[in-house]
Design a protein around this ligand. Structure first.
Ligand SMILES: C[S@@+](CC[C@H](N)C(=O)[O-])C[C@H]1O[C@@H](n2cnc3c(N)ncnc32)[C@H](O)[C@@H]1O
Length: 392
């Protein structure tokens, strides 16, 4: 950048609720400090280059926000004045497209879009005054994205270096019904501890998100390699050669293969077709054995590993009575066909989960589109303990 926003800044990475423990692990493994954690985000500290690296390597984060300035603003006029005093001409060129996003909790603002508009006006008016032309603006996150966090009189201003949220990896061509977000699927896989050792079996694969994310993690393919556009690329002084170098490093880390087998099945032909296409777009289709079948007929390779299902849970699709039978059937499938494996069910319906009839060893909380979910873990050794009645 012509003038970077100080060599090191606070960097806030947002994520879904339940994900911070996994995001923290990723941030630490990239050699960055964890400064604090909130219910849906983790704060670290670093340079613009660090922000670029986070965008490239993180699997579980949604947006990488680089802190610029803290302002006091009681109302929209004070917001406009404070934002106008910032040197936007150093960050945004008039040829770029600008988008402002926000989270607002201020008594004078009824609609957050008004705050976005005031902030956008302040930025483009400032640039017009300094360089004679103003950038185009709108709601698409395809260019420069500025993010406001305005609570009471305190307003924090960030550059959203991701632009489009990071769950948009770029490989999902066909979403189908109730797909899991890519970043959530990555966190769930991290929670299982699977990194390519042993097998990964995913009946009810839907659009294939879990299987694709598992393959990416096992081969150490940085998710950012699959995406062409990020917010930071549109900032003044974007260092393309440094970005290319990071991408080369990421490519050099990619493994050729992994030990275990990856199996994904679904009863719906459209799901198998979508999964295959999505896996192809991610470059991992050759690693996943897809087949069309009932979950109970899924071929489970000899040995050990992870078997994971994300059945419908009645909130968005499916009928609860029919689902009760399916959950019970999953318990039987685990018990009869998956001995030696660790079983997982990701569900938003704990009553249905009780029908599995096996004792869960762990229950990890997650959120999917604001629905509280659990990842239930079952130890499937020979003669796994059946429990009586409706228990987990
Ligand atoms: C909630 S979706 C899975 C979404 C998936 N995790 C994703 O990210 O796209 C549940 C899937 O279970 C499949 N399904 C339902 N009943 C099934 C059965 N008896 N055998 C196999 N698959 C089944 C559906 O076709 C659907 O694709």
């Amino acid at each position: 950048m012509t003038r970077s926003p100080s060599p090191k800044s606070r960097i806030v990475i947002t994520c879904a609720k339940g994900v911070p423990p996994f995001l923290k692990e990723e941030i630490s493994s990239l050699g960055l400090p964890v400064r604090s954690e909130s219910i849906a985000g983790v704060e670290t500290e670093g340079t613009m280059e660090d922000a670029m690296r986070l965008n490239l390597f993180l699997r579980t984060g949604q947006r990488v926000l680089l802190f610029l300035r803290q302002l006091e603003a009681k109302n929209a006029d004070e917001l406009y004045a404070g934002i106008s005093r910032m040197e936007w001409e150093n960050y945004v060129s008039p040829e770029e497209y600008l988008c402002v996003t926000s989270a607002v909790d201020n008594p004078t603002i009824r609609d957050f879009r008004f705050a976005n508009l005031k902030c956008k006006d302040a930025i483009v008016d400032r640039i017009k005054k300094k360089v004679g032309r103003r950038p185009d603006s709108g709601s698409k996150r395809t260019g420069v994205v500025v993010d406001l966090y305005w609570k009471g009189n305190l307003c924090l201003v960030y550059l959203d270096t991701s632009g489009e949220p990071l769950y948009r990896r770029g490989y999902r061509k066909i979403p189908l019904h109730a797909p899991m977000q890519e970043t959530l699927a990555a966190a769930v896989i991290q929670a299982t501890g699977w990194k390519g050792q042993g097998n990964f079996v995913n009946p009810m694969c839907g659009s294939g998100t879990l299987a694709v994310e598992a393959a990416l993690a096992a081969l150490d393919i940085a998710p950012g390699l699959l995406r062409k556009n990020f917010g930071f690329m549109h900032l003044k002084g974007f260092n393309r050669s440094s970005w290319n170098k990071m991408r080369q490093e990421a490519r050099a880390r990619i493994k050729k293969s992994f030990q275990g087998k990856l199996v994904a099945t679904d009863i719906d032909p459209k799901a198998i077709q979508a999964s295959r296409q999505n896996a192809k777009a991610a470059g991992v289709d050759h690693l996943i054995g897809f087949s069309l079948r009932d979950y109970a007929e899924t071929p489970v390779p000899e040995g050990h590993g992870v078997v994971i299902l994300n059945p419908e849970y009645g909130e968005r699709m499916g009928k609860v009575e029919k689902l009760k039978m399916i959950y019970k059937g999953i318990g039987d499938f685990f018990k009869k066909k998956c001995q030696g494996y660790t079983g997982y069910i990701f569900t938003g319906n704990l009553d249905l989960a009780k029908k599995v009839g096996l004792k869960a060893r762990r229950r990890l909380p997650f959120f999917s589109s604001n629905i509280e979910c659990r990842l239930l873990e079952y130890d499937l050794y020979e003669g796994s303990r059946r429990i009586s009645g409706d228990e987990t």
